[in-house]
Design a protein around this ligand. Structure first.
Ligand SMILES: Cc1ncc(COP(=O)(O)O)c(C=O)c1O
Length: 296
């Protein structure tokens, strides 16, 4: 079944302070954000009508913009309120929330000191990032050729559109080989993350995850580390080399879109969908939707 293109979905998009009809939320082709990737965005999820860690996400949006050298002309509180109002206007309980800020069309060229900073928010329904049947069995990952850059080469702490260029290339290459996604190494050859989610491994009941010094320290990553500690699991943040994957028993990804997704394969390495990944998958769902967890 052909899905509806994103520019033809229904409802409203919040853009620069106004609720526009979905189809009217347009930008001109000569937009700095499009040509020079001067854009930063967020990915948030609403569960049962509440956006999980809304303030933390919109704080990160502000920080991402600051790293790229611009200030978003709306406060975090104003963006939070716009997200809440739009969610209500769209009438969704469970949804994905996408704020994006970008430099506008006032001038074209690498320098764009005086271009307007725009902000828009769109909300749509996005039940599962990975195929739900595959998610339960554990997804299959390729190992990407591109590596997460040295923080001296790219603003790796910013959720900047430009940093996703290598993610799309890597994910497409993986999909062409029948994989769901790809694990990326970093510039030093250490295990980093997937193209849109952080990565964890389990060995002898202990959780291991790379230190996020050149990629996003995901909000889901931090939530899952807290949940794991609450369950009494030991969590070690450390350098992980790809050869070590041989010795890990379980693996899972974390991210706002991916939530907690078990991994069954990374290139030649195999993992089981075990108790730690499954427990944390359930704990995460209970954490993001406390009302539903309490009603069960
Ligand atoms: C490249 C990348 N790493 C990690 C994450 C996980 O971040 P979060 O848990 O804050 O969604 C994301 C998702 O936003 C991402 O795109």
């Amino acid at each position: 079944m052909a899905s509806v293109p994103f520019d033809q979905l229904q409802g409203y998009i919040w853009m620069n302070g106004e609720f526009l009809r979905w189809g009217d939320a347009k930008v001109h082709v000569l937009t700095h954000g499009l040509h020079y990737a001067s854009a930063v965005f967020e990915g948030e999820r609403a569960y049962g009508g509440e956006i999980f860690k809304l303030n933390e996400h919109n704080e990160r949006l502000h920080e991402s913009a600051r790293i790229l050298g611009f200030d978003i002309p709306y406060s975090v509180a104003e963006i939070n309120e716009a997200c809440r109002q739009l969610l209500a206007k769209q009438g969704f309980e469970d949804a994905y929330v996408r704020p994006i800020a970008w430099r506008g069309s006032e001038s074209m060229g690498v320098s764009a000191q005086n271009n307007r900073i725009n902000l828009s928010i769109a909300i749509w329904q996005w039940p599962s990032y990975f195929d739900p049947a595959q998610k339960l069995k554990g997804i299959r990952l390729d190992i990407a050729e591109y590596r997460r850059p040295d923080p001296r080469t790219a603003p790796s702490k910013s959720k900047a559109a430009g940093l996703y260029m290598i993610c799309t290339i890597s994910k497409h290459a993986a999909e062409a080989k029948g994989y769901a996604d790809a694990m990326m190494l970093d510039w030093r050859g250490q295990v980093a993350e997937a193209t849109g989610a952080n990565i964890f491994f389990v060995k002898d009941g202990v959780i291991h995850t790379p230190i996020p010094d050149c990629f996003l320290d995901g909000i889901t990553r931090r939530t899952v580390i807290d949940l794991a500690k609450r369950r009494g699991y030991e969590v070690i943040e450390r350098v992980i080399m790809p050869e070590e994957l041989e010795g890990f028993e379980q693996c899972f990804l974390t991210g706002t879109a991916a939530e907690v997704t078990p991994v069954a394969e990374i290139g030649p390495y195999r993992f089981t969908v075990g108790d730690v990944a499954t427990n944390l998958m359930h704990d995460y769902m209970a954490e993001v939707q406390p009302k539903r967890a309490a009603a069960e």
